[in-house]
Design a protein around this ligand. Structure first.
Ligand SMILES: [Zn+2]
Length: 377
């Protein structure tokens, strides 16, 4: 494990402050000669061979210390590590936190400095972490990207070309296709097994059980989302987090903001969304749990001003953060399922004739009754 180094911590904070200034729009100050190229560089975790991983011997210490960034990373790590003793998971982001904007705190950096392994989502989702990851990686901390196995597999999404659609930028929201999450599950379990060979069977066994759950979740969600007639499958949201979700289930997406929430929505973005909703006769708009509702409300008002109408969904959608720990939406399975319920119930409330499929008896956790039974206002 790397030793703690006060100087490094200080340097990390200077770098984080520079990044933060860039994100806040420091281009207003042309005299600022911060190293533009460096602060815009996107960190990419290096691929590691099984030999590289085995050489790291996490059990040299009594405890295997893991730091996770997003709620999705924390959920998957906990599931795969269930039953492994002397393993600690420190989660950096909680429910409702926007990972595009989250700045690592002093205690976050300290936890990562002390960790055997940092697990992050990647593809620039954690937009404020690049410099910190670069420094930690240079110092020898193992940084693992959950999106890397999915990117290497070419993004397993139904006939949807991310590169073309997003003008060459990788869309970071890959977890929204449960088939992508299954690839990540397998790769992370194999990585844990190589790093901590005495517990290899536990990690791989947990991955096998969980992969079957993810397949069951995908089948259930696909049958539900496919119940909406083809011409009506539109999902309108605040930011563009649902391209993989849409591609997985045959829906078309429209968002006011782009792939990241770092760029603010402008008047043109609002008007484009209004036009799209009116032109396609879309009955529902969705607010996301990690993003303020303002832009969706502005779209709704503008639609009404033009003589149209659109409802807001019966619940907020989970996009980049899951629900509170201990709730249904606080798990990956529950988050995907709650979104499916929310979308289908909202469309049903808007008058679309559809059937929500029964929850599979073998799929955990079970949705609570107040999620299944919702009244249209
Ligand atoms: Zn996002």
């Amino acid at each position: 494990m790397p030793t703690q180094n006060t100087q490094l911590l200080v340097m990390l904070f200077i770098m984080a402050a520079l990044l933060s200034a860039c994100a806040a729009g420091s281009s207003a100050n042309p005299a600022n000669d911060a190293p533009e190229a460096d602060s815009n560089a996107i960190f990419q975790a290096a691929p590691l061979s099984p030999e590289d991983l085995q050489a790291r011997e996490v059990r040299e210490d009594a405890v295997f210390r893991i730091v996770t960034t997003t709620t999705q990373a924390t959920d998957l790590t906990s599931i795969l590590a269930e039953g492994v003793e002397d393993l600690e998971i420190s989660a950096l982001m909680g429910a409702g936190v926007d990972p595009h904007l989250y700045q690592p705190t002093e205690s976050d950096v300290e936890a990562m400095n002390q960790a055997d392994m940092v697990i992050y989502s990647g593809l620039h989702l954690e937009g404020q972490f690049d410099a910190v990851f670069e420094a930690l990686s240079a110092q020898g901390v193992l940084i693992y990207s959950l999106s890397r196995p999915v990117k290497e597999a070419g993004f397993v999404i139904g006939a949807f070309d991310v590169e073309t659609e997003q003008l060459g930028a990788d869309d970071p929201h890959f977890w929204f296709d449960p088939r992508n999450w299954e690839l990540t599950t397998q790769d992370l379990a194999e990585t844990f097994a190589a790093l901590d060979s005495e517990n290899a069977e536990i990690y791989l066994g947990n991955a096998e059980v969980y992969s079957a759950q993810l397949q069951s979740l995908y089948d259930w969600a696909d049958s539900g989302m496919g119940g909406v007639p083809g011409g009506q499958r539109y999902l309108v949201t605040s930011h563009d987090a649902f391209q993989y979700f849409g591609a997985a289930f045959g829906w078309r997406m429209a968002a006011i903001q782009g792939l990241s929430t770092e760029d603010e929505a402008g008047v043109g973005d609002i008007q484009n969304t209004v036009d799209f909703v009116i032109d396609n006769n879309i009955p529902v708009l969705f607010v996301e749990s990690s993003i303020p509702p303002d832009t969706i409300e502005a779209v709704q008002e503008a639609i009404e001003a033009e003589g149209g109408s659109a409802r807001v969904g019966v619940r907020e959608l989970y996009s980049d953060a899951m629900g509170e720990p201990g709730t249904f939406g606080g798990t990956y399975t529950g988050m995907i399922a709650e979104n499916v319920y929310t979308i289908l119930q909202s469309y049903r409330c808007a008058g679309v004739d559809l059937t929500i499929p029964e929850w599979p008896t073998d799929l955990q956790p079970t949705p609570p009754d107040d999620l299944i039974n919702v009244a249209c206002e």
